[in-house]
Every structure is written in C-alpha cells, then in structure tokens.
Design a protein around this ligand. Sequence first.
Ligand code: FES
Length: 103
Amino acid sequence: SENWINTISINDIPEDDVIGITVNGHQIALYKVEDEIFATDNICTHGHALLSDGFLEDGEIECPLHQGRFCIKSGKAMSEPLTEDIKTYVTRTENGQVFLRFS
Ligand code: FES
C-alpha cells in the first residue's frame, strides 16, 4: 500500500545540492535541482559512505569514498567501481513540505 511520509521543508534543501535525512530509520539523500526534488538511499551500494557527503553535478551524485556516480533520477550506477544501482523514491511537495513515498 502507498505510504506518503512528510519529511522536511523544501527550503531546508540547498539549491543544487544534497542533504541526508533519516525517515523511519532509513537514511535518505534528498536532492534539489532547479526546484525539483529527488530522493535516493543515502548509503552507497558499494561501501559504507553517505552520498550526502558527496558531490552533486549534472544530475549525478558522486560518492565521496571511491567517486562512483549515480544518476539521482533513475538511481542507475553510472561509473566504476559501482556495480549496483541505488534505490530511488518518488517525491512530491505540498505546502512547502517534501513527501516521500514508501511502498
Ligand atoms: Fe561509494 Fe565505493 S563506497 S563508490
């Protein structure tokens, strides 16, 4: 069943940047690009690094540990040493709040 979770204010996410939050015990990375919000798991699929400590550029997040890059829209692993995609979440904003869908 669909489960929308109210997370944080859209204003808490810096423009063209990423922050890490915890939602229901899950570590999630939230990205804001041109006022669009994207969400992925925050822990890299390659090792224990937080993508929110990484570098966001051209719609891709670069992991701080070994510089693997994921597409923030699709979660697709775009470069070595990544072999596994990262989970993405559907988002919506309402009254300035960001909601994530857990299913
Ligand atoms: Fe992210 Fe290795 S831990 S690329």
